[in-house]
Structure formats: structure tokens, C-alpha cells
Design a protein around this ligand. Structure first.
Ligand code: PFF
Length: 469
């Protein structure tokens, strides 16, 4: 990669890599997709989610960090090259190409959701989000913003379309210029602020009183909605697939972004602790800061209707959070700051999404950077256009999300695990993981990587095939 996150000039240090990975990992997946998905599945989600985090998330995190650092030493920085170095097989480029397509597909709907955050920030900044007197209709009003195609005819300066255009253009300017310093600054300074605001929101949520017309919907009932296990639902393989997809999506693993970043690390840089820290920080943000805030509020104001399938999982936060800000001193300011910082967190994620395809076009096909960025701009405008056009009911968004996140990522993660555990050899991989490690990595992680994680994924797919017969 010539410029941009992942380039050898820019991410020379270990701290730089950690910041890049954090920028990529923390985003709308944590703050919006997780709460939406968990709410849709009710109390059933947490068990598959925690298991997927421990048995798939952590192993794949370590695989990607160590495979990347190994690959860098063989002279490769992309998944395609690293697969080739592992297997010397001609199949490698084909598998690698899937890895590159996944983030491009994700980009097509992710920028749109990012633009809703910008729109909300604007509405808070201009005082349009205050004055709620009926919470039930309030939530429904706000989902209109993210769902109703009628907005095309709104005042153009306030329609979601304008914010989408701004988000899109901003992204491409930043990608074109290869910003790395901005990502570092954001991760160092703005992300902690985002976490603090989320903590304040959490505090407010835990002290909210139930709506007058539904006194039984207390905060405790809302928390129970997420945590009371519903064992019967665990028989459905789809919940396991979606839990795995969410863990991968949120950690930005399974499509070789981290492999690429880690390939620029030095031979003895720690990867074990870095991977573990990035993964646990990301998980904490998701489950504690976002989950414990958005799900109880959603439940308190919407009751059981919360579990009826939203057009898209991303929408719940947009419906639930205005209720919290409305009942907070300085709510307008916090609302603005929260959505604006979330927007920036989303941008640091979208920037990472287009790095693998840019690298592929540049390194693999010899396309110049300018042409590569232009081509991607073209492709993503068309894709995003589809998403927006079919937004009523979130048809296109849901379809792309399902195939890219729930199906393709777990499949590619399986391939990455097999390449590492069986083709490169888990012993070799494990030596790599342990070299320079600042924490002891227990030997059973090898067993997880070689046997448990792949079997877990195969079992999910087998279950899906079985139930669809
Ligand atoms: N990990 C990001 C989030 O949780 O919001 C999403 C993401 C980033 C997906 C980068 C794909 C990607 F390439």
C-alpha cells in the first residue's frame, strides 16, 4: 500500500497498528448493530454471543495478528499474498479476492448508517430533537428518518440524502489523502470522550423511571430482556450464525484487515497482548456501554414490540437514544456530541474497509492509486444507491448485510483458520504468536484454533443446511 492506513511508512510502530485496528473495530457495529441484534433475539442472544466471542473471536484475532506479522516477513501484506506464502497454491488469489469483496459490500450500507449519525448530530445541534411528550410515538417518528423514502422530497438541506452525500464525499477525500494521523488522534482523544459520554448515558438509563402508561417496564425488566436466557431459541442455527457474524464484524476480523495491518509489524513486536486488549476493549464497548444502554431503553419505551424485526438492526439505537438524551440535563449537547463522535468512529471504520481493495487493485492489478480510488468510488456509489432506493423495509440493506456479514465472513474466517491451523501448521503459527508476547498464551489456544473453532463454524453451517432441508 502506498499511502493510507496500513502503509509501511505510516504504521511503522506497534502503537500505530493498535490505533488503526481500534479505529477499524470500534464503530456502528458496537454501538448500533449489537444492541439491535440482541434485542431482536431477546434473551436468547447472549449465550451464543459469548461463546462465539471466546471460541471464535479471540482465536481468530490471534490468528490474524500473528499470520499478518508472519506474512509481512515473507514479503507480503495482503491476504492474497499471505495465503500464497502459506500454501503456494494457485487457489490463494481466489480466496483472497473474497476477502477483499466483503468489506466493499459492507461499505455500501455502512456509510448510509454513518450518515444517519451525522443527520442526528445536525438535528441535535440545531435544536430539532427536543420536546418529546409521547414516548411511544416518539420512537416511531424517529425510525421514519432512517426508513421512509418520503424523505427524498423533504427540504434538501435536512433530508438524509444530503448527509449521505457529505459522508460519502468526506470518506473519499480522506481515503484519497491516506489520512492516518487523523485516525490516531481520533482514537487517542475522541474515542475516550465517546466512551465517557456512553458511561454517562448508561448512568442515566439505570436511573430512568418507567413510562407512565407501562409502569411494569422498569429498567430491571429492560435489563432482564437482554440477560434472561431463552434456551428454546438456541435450537435455531440462525442465532448462532448471527452471533458469530456479529463477533467477526465488530472485531473487524475474518476478512483480513488485521492481517494486513499486522504485516507491517516488527518480528518481535507483541501481538498476543495487543490482540487481546483490542478485542476485550471492543467487547466491553459493545456489551456494556452500548448494550446495557440501548436495549433497556428500547424495551422500556417499546415493550415487547422491540423484538419484532426492525427493518435493520442498526435502527434500534436511533429510536431508543433520543429518549435518554431527552431526559438528561444538557441532553441536546450530549446528543449532538454522541452522534457526532459516533459518526467519526464510523468514518475511521469505513476508511479501513477500502484499504484491502485498494491494496488489491494497486498491488495485484497494477492500477494506480487515483484510478483505484475512483473505481471504488464508482462501485460503491452504485451499491449504496441500491441500498438507499430499497430502504423502505431495509430490503437491500438487509440482504447485503446477511450475505456479507452473516454468511461470507464466517465462511472466510473458516478458511483463514484452516489455512493457519492446517496448511501453515498450528505449531508454526503458535511460535509466531508467542514470540514477543507480553502475556503467556496457554497451549490450549492451539487446540481451539486447530479443532474447536473450525468445528464450531462447520457445525453452524451444517445446522443451517439441515434446518433448511
Ligand atoms: N468493526 C466495525 C464496527 O464494529 O463498526 C465494522 C467494520 C469495520 C466492518 C471494517 C468491516 C470492516 F472492514
Amino acid at each position: 500500500m502506498a499511502n493510507g492506513p496500513g502503509s509501511s511508512e505510516n504504521w511503522g510502530t506497534r502503537a500505530g497498528v493498535i490505533l488503526a485496528v481500534t479505529g477499524s473495530a470500534v464503530g456502528l457495529g458496537n454501538f448500533l448493530r449489537f444492541p439491535g441484534l440482541a434485542a431482536e433475539w431477546g434473551g436468547a442472544f447472549m449465550i451464543p454471543y459469548v461463546l462465539a466471542f471466546l471460541l471464535l473471536g479471540l482465536p481468530v484475532v490471534w490468528v490474524e495478528w500473528s499470520a499478518g506479522r508472519w506474512g509481512g516477513r515473507q514479503g507480503y501484506n495482503s491476504i492474497i499474498g499471505i495465503f500464497f506464502a502459506m500454501s503456494k497454491s494457485r487457489l490463494a488469489p481466489y480466496l483472497g479476492t473474497i476477502g477483499m469483496l466483503i468489506p466493499v459490500m459492507i461499505y455500501m450500507f455502512y456509510v448510509y448508517v454513518a450518515s444517519w449519525c451525522l443527520g442526528y448530530a445536525w438535528m441535535y445541534a440545531t435544536g430539532q430533537m427536543r420536546g418529546v411528550d409521547n414516548y411511544a410515538t416518539f420512537a416511531l417518528d424517529y425510525i421514519g428518518y432512517t426508513q421512509d423514502n418520503g424523505w427524498v422530497f423533504m427540504n434538501p438541506f435536512e433530508s438524509p440524502l444530503i448527509f449521505l452525500v457529505i459522508t460519502f464525499v468526506l470518506n473519499f477525500i480522506l481515503i484519497y489523502r491516506g489520512v492516518t494521523r487523523g485516525i490516531e488522534l481520533f482514537c487517542k482523544y475522541a474515542m475516550p470522550v465517546l466512551a465517557v459520554i456512553a458511561l454517562i448515558m448508561l448512568g442515566r438509563v439505570l436511573t430512568l423511571s418507567p413510562p407512565e402508561d407501562a409502569p411494569e417496564r422498569t429498567v430491571l425488566a429492560g435489563l432482564g430482556y437482554m440477560w434472561n436466557p431463552d434456551f428454546a431459541a438456541l435450537a435455531n442455527p440462525m442465532i448462532w450464525l448471527q452471533a458469530a457474524g456479529q463477533v467477526f464484524f465488530s472485531l473487524s476480523i475474518g476478512f483480513a484487515i488485521i492481517i494486513t495491518y499486522a504485516s507491517y509489524m516488527r518480528k518481535d513486536d507483541d501481538v498476543a497482548l495487543s490482540g487481546l486488549t483490542a478485542a476485550s476493549g471492543n467487547g466491553f464497548t459493545e456489551v456494556v456501554l452500548a448494550g446495557l444502554t440501548i436495549i433497556p431503553v428500547g424495551f422500556m419505551f417499546m415493550g415487547d414490540a422491540i423484538s419484532e424485526r426492525l427493518g435493520s438492526s442498526f435502527q434500534l439505537g436511533f429510536m431508543a437514544l433520543p429518549n435518554v438524551f431527552d431526559q438528561m440535563p444538557g441532553g441536546q449537547f450530549f446528543g449532538f456530541l454522541f452522534f457526532f463522535l459516533l459518526f467519526l468512529a464510523a468514518v475511521t471504520s469505513t476508511l479501513s474497509m477500502l484499504q484491502p481493495p485498494i491494496a488489491f487493485l494497486e498491488e495485484g492489478l497494477g492500477v494506480g492509486r487515483k484510478a483505484a480510488v475512483t473505481l471504488l468510488g464508482f462501485v460503491t456509489v452504485i451499491g449504496c444507491g441500491f441500498v438507499v432506493y430499497f430502504m423502505s423495509g431495509a430490503v437491500a440493506m438487509d440482504t447485503i448485510e446477511f450475505w456479507a456479514v452473516d454468511m461470507a465472513i464466517p465462511l472466510l474466517a473458516l478458511v483463514i483458520l484452516l489455512m493457519y491451523g492446517w496448511v501453515l501448521g498450528v505449531d508454526k503459527g503458535f511460535d509466531e504468536l508467542r514470540r514477543g508476547a507480553e502475556i503467556p498464551v496457554p497451549g490450549f489456544v492451539m487446540v481451539l484454533i486447530k479443532y474447536v473453532s473450525p468445528t464450531f463454524l462447520v457445525a453452524i453451517f451444517a445446522g443451517l443446511v439441515y434446518t433448511s432441508l
